[in-house]
Design a protein around this ligand. Sequence first.
Ligand code: ADQ
Length: 455
Amino acid sequence: MSRLIVISNRVSAPTEKQPAAQGGLAVALTAALREAKGVWFGWSGETGETGELKFETYDGVTSATIDLPEQDVDEYYNGYANRTLWPLFHYRLGLTEFERDFQGGYERVNRVFGAVIGPHIEPDDLIWVHDYHMIPLGWVLRQQGLTNRLGFFLHIPWPPTRLLTALPEHRRLVEALFAYDVVGFQTQEWLNTFHDYVTNEMGGTLGDDGAITVGGRTIRAIACPIGIDAQEFIASASSDQAKETHHRMIESSIGRSLIVGVDRLDYSKGLEERFNGYQRYLETRPDAQSNVYMLQIAPPSRDAVQSYRDIRTTLDALSGRINGAFAHIDWVPLRYVNQGFPRDVLAGVYRSARIGLVTPLRDGMNLVAKEYVAAQDPEDPGVLILSRFAGASEQLESALMVNPYSPDDIADAIATALAMSREERIARWRPMLENIVEQDVIWWRKRFTTALMQE
Ligand code: ADQ
């Protein structure tokens, strides 16, 4: 059996300091790495001289990390990854910064990763590179003469060709993907937009079974939607901590229906538009006001980047305005919380909520939508309101779909969800749960690695 090598910007394998794997991706890849005696490579998250890789083996899984100098963190991570590629790939041209230094730092750091990781790769290793931080890494490894099977998975959307061509070095970036054997996308939609680029900009041709040929080189591109650790999440929804959370939520709600949102504080998640939609609901249905309240959990992220500080300021003001305008002495319409919670607590919160409000403006997949569905009580499930622009909408077809840009659409969906009969809620929820259980994170990992092993 080949070893599996995972490479991503950050490593989330369990360590002595952080013994529990955090999140579905970490759980799925950790299990695979343990089985395949593999290694997970990436940045330590620390700033300092690059130096040697630091290896740590914990519970049968090895992680190997390097530090990065401040300039690299600024140009590669805060720069090209989070100020150029992230906004551009989420259709936000207005927020995208085009700096040659960022691109230089990005390529430099990818070369550094290649140079430190290359010597640790053995001839039979299967190599799986993750996400937009690392697109050129496959090319860097091939330059070193590496002939292993090499796969790449993109966790975020693939942008439309007309947007991508705004990036001065778009062609170079896409060409680098042709160093891989298999390239995976979250949805058919992102795969289609990739096909569009390759055929229109590169004169590529599409063949059977995902084959794409450009200039004599053939790779496979597939849609491979990521899932959650469904069984584990269903179990956490009945854990003691989830039950305790559920009781706390019920007690503090005095008979009102809870609407919940859980997102990293990121402009792509549509939080401002969501708050506006909720406000529209409160304005237009004054009688219904005291029947609901909303809890938005949004831990801050990437606060070295100005656009993230801006969205945070906007949301602070907007949440204050909504509460100022609508609160009574015994009711606040919006609880806005800027911190992370343990998974069992989140599961309890999801289960207490009559509505899961998941309205990103663009999202590669969105795992919160799947977690919300998995945490529901089968006898009395809540309603998922889902943005049609989340990758998850391809699989969770029976959610209440909304256009997240429209406050009226969101307000109407809230009203529809609150009035929905138990029969209809169950009928919508069941097929979503079946999909989530069947296409879970282990299914995703196997589907990708199987494609990667096929010559
Ligand atoms: P993210 O943009 O981070 O991921 P998402 O898929 O929603 O988005 O995953 C967020 C995860 O963080 C979820 O598991 C959620 O439970 C957790 N989380 C969020 N807020 C939390 C809080 N306050 N406390 C604890 N946990 C919290 C990127 C892409 C997505 C894609 C994933 C996986 O942007 O589109 O689905 O990768 O491929």
